[in-house]
Design a protein around this ligand. Structure first.
Ligand code: ATP
Length: 298
């Protein structure tokens, strides 16, 4: 899959604060990539750097396999600050102004108004819009000209549940048409619901990245039992990533550092001539994993 954005070792410091610390990431076409971290973890700074609104102190990044350029900028739409439009003008006029600035025709305006559910309100003044509608207009404006990438900073901040649902749907719909989405969020639940991939940031450092479904599947422990518990005790120690095993009644609770699938574990034991009589995973949620990662990094 084509790499859309490749970030290599970028860092940014504000005085004593290391806002971004040696961050590397690869984002591929079609991904809905969440940059997840608590307030102050460097998400906005990272987005500002890749949008060339800020210069990094070190490192580099490439868009579509090349150094950033006027051409690459045209392929990227973004909403990084609170929506800002002319209050007394309608969405249509506001979008015409944006289209002029972006050097685009007006042919795409109706499409983005329909997509964001604002078509019926196209001739009402912006100042009468709810916060959610303003946010959707900002996304509509970013989607003018069908960019290949849409970058959003905390897209559901300050919205009510209905507004949140609207924006989520809009992001998923945009992604389903092949647009790569890069979004910053401090909400784990949001990333779980929307994103295909995630990078977790804490104090400007990447703690972890990968497919959301794999992160969700992370299990740090298994319960296992076999008729010959002594052989089992010896064999579990040979498994990749083995950390420790503790006897719990008729079973062992085995901990691993990293991901191991139950079928791998089962096959491994079978290969050693051990037939398991019990095998069950103790799953961790992404939330537990996220909290552990943040705690470990404190
Ligand atoms: P939030 O969700 O609260 O915006 P964030 O993850 O987007 O957080 P950043 O806004 O990138 O984080 O901030 C990272 C760190 O850099 C924070 O400690 C912040 O206080 C600091 N910072 C950001 N911008 C500046 C600035 N212009 N001058 C000084 N420090 C800054």
């Amino acid at each position: 899959m084509e790499t859309v954005l490749s970030i290599s070792s970028i860092s940014k410091r504000y005085g004593k604060i290391q806002a971004v610390n040696d961050l590397s990431l690869d984002i591929r076409k079609g991904q809905v990539f969440g940059i997840l971290g608590p307030n102050g973890s460097g998400k906005t700074t990272t987005l500002s750097i890749i949008l060339e609104l800020l210069k990094s102190d070190a490192g580099r990044f490439q868009w579509f396999g090349k150094a950033p350029s006027k051409e690459s900028r045209k392929r990227i739409g973004s909403v990084i600050e609170s929506p800002n439009f002319f209050p007394y003008l309608s969405p249509v006029i506001n979008l015409k102004i944006v289209a002029d600035i972006k050097d685009l025709g007006y042919g795409d305006i109706d499409r983005v108004l329909h997509l964001t559910g604002l078509y019926e309100r196209r001739n009402t003044r912006f100042k009468t819009f709810s916060f959610g509608m303003k946010q959707r207009l900002a996304i509509a404006s970013a989607l003018l000209g069908s960019p290949d990438v849409l970058i959003l900073d905390e897209p559901t901040n300050g919205l009510d549940p209905q507004g949140i649902a609207h924006i989520r749907e809009l992001i998923l719909q945009t992604a389903s048409q092949g647009t790569t989405i890069i979004m910053a969020s401090h909400l784990l639940d949001e990333v779980q619901k929307i994103c295909s991939h995630v990078a977790v940031l804490s104090k400007g450092k990447k703690l972890f990245d990968g497919e959301v479904s794999k992160v969700l599947a992370i299990s740090d422990s298994f319960e296992v039992a076999a008729t010959d518990m002594d052989s089992l005790a010896g064999a579990v120690k040979l498994l990749p990533g083995f950390l420790s095993a503790a006897r719990e009644g008729e079973k062992f609770l085995v901990y691993f550092n990293g991901v191991i699938r139950p079928d791998e574990l089962n096959r491994f034991m079978f290969g050693k001539g051990i037939i398991l009589t019990h095998l069950s995973e103790r799953k961790r949620s992404l939330e537990q994993h996220f909290l552990e990662l943040l705690r470990d990094n404190e």
